[in-house]
Design a protein around this ligand. Structure first.
Ligand code: UFG
Length: 337
């Protein structure tokens, strides 16, 4: 299939592009390169030629409707994957306008051009943030979605728009609610690299390498066994695989509709447990200090991913935290070399 991958030069997007090519699909990447990397695209495209696939990269912004129209005039697609959005929970609390504008306008633009081009398979990068501070744990998809941040609110709104598009325009769509994507493809060349970096695992590893000041642990007074936040870390290639399965499901589905799936490992680890795992993997201590809570962080987010197992046939291939961290560590060392 020919798949438009908006945000395909980013962390999860570039893993997706490599996965699509391995599976015999042709990706067309559309990315404004604000947080994506040209090197990641180059790595992700490697090996395409041998498979007779010609991937395409177009620089552009989903906020630019005209650029999207030109893209759709120049290419034909069977499906759209939408990774193009800011996704930092605490930044969204500080800059709500950036998140509402970017997520809502970007998604509406993309849906408008896709609808005009009669592309009815749409996969949206949603988030565990739609649940806010959940009342049920582990979280099932039918638990209340009551976001507590602009990022969560805007993302939930896009899910609602997708549902309405199914009714109005016959769209078939899936929202994958990622928990905490982590790790790197063991084939090498791809991994998590943000500037500035805000995510826990790369920050732990950077602190170990002495590339940053000691790790700041945001809050040790949460209602959790050790007082630090608990998250569900899911391997980035497993996240990408969920998209491939969703793509197959949508392609084989005749009726319109919207479905949301949790994509998580089903196991939760506190910040201190993540640090301990990194110490086991690297054989080195993590220099750290406790700091104030970070805005927008719920105490615990752990997925129930039964629905994705049953309906998509998805299951995490790398569910072990230490192994996930090992792939991130290998990537970080390869960049430093
Ligand atoms: N944390 C620290 N120190 C750091 C970085 C993070 O203590 O230097 C803590 C955070 O406070 C949080 C946990 O580690 O408790 C995980 O934080 P991340 O920044 O790695 O990830 P988030 O849970 O904030 O968010 C990620 C994605 C979101 C997604 C969410 C779903 O960035 O897009 O997972 O759970 F919505």
């Amino acid at each position: 299939m020919r798949v438009l991958v908006c945000g395909g030069a980013g962390y999860i997007g570039s893993h997706m592009v490599r996965r699509l090519i391995r599976a015999g699909h042709t990706p067309v990447v559309f990315d404004n390169m604000s947080t994506g990397h040209a090197w990641a695209l180059k790595e992700a495209f490697m090996g395409a030629e041998e498979k007779g696939i010609t991937p395409v990269a177009v620089e552009g912004d989903v906020l630019n409707l005209q650029a999207l129209e030109t893209l759709f005039d120049n290419h034909e697609f069977d499906a759209v994957m939408h990774f193009s959005a800011r996704s930092l929970v605490s930044e969204s609390v500080e800059k709500p306008e950036l998140y509402y504008h970017g997520i809502l306008v970007g998604s509406l633009n993309l849906l408008a051009v896709a609808n005009r081009a009669k592309i009815d398979n749409f996969i949206f990068s949603s988030t565990a943030s739609v649940y806010g501070t959940p009342e049920c744990m582990p979280i099932e998809e039918n638990c209340l979605t009551k976001p507590i941040t602009p990022y969560g609110h805007a993302t939930k709104m896009v899910e609602m728009i997708l549902e309405d598009y199914a009714q109005a325009h016959g769209l078939k769509s899936v929202a994958l609610r990622y928990f905490n994507a982590a790790g790197a493809d063991p084939e090498g060349g791809l991994g998590e690299l943000h500037e500035p970096e805000t995510h826990l695992i790369p920050n732990v590893l950077r602190a170990i390498l002495g590339q940053t000041p000691p790790l700041e642990i945001f809050g040790n007074d949460y209602p959790t066994p050790d007082g630090t936040c608990i998250r569900d870390y899911v391997y980035v290639n497993d996240v990408a695989d969920a998209h491939l399965l969703a793509l197959e499901k949508l392609a084989g589905q005749s009726e319109r509709g919207f479905t949301a799936y949790n994509i998580g490992s089903g196991r939760g680890f506190s910040v201190l447990e993540v640090m301990a795992a990194a110490e086991r993997v690297t054989g080195q201590w993590v220099p750290y200090k406790f700091a104030h809570r970070r805005a927008g962080d719920p105490p615990v987010l752990v997925a129930a991913a039964e629905k994705a197992r049953k309906e998509l046939g998805w299951s995490p291939q790398l569910p072990i935290l230490d192994e996930i961290i090992r792939t991130a560590w290998n990537f970080m060392n390869s960049r430093a070399a």
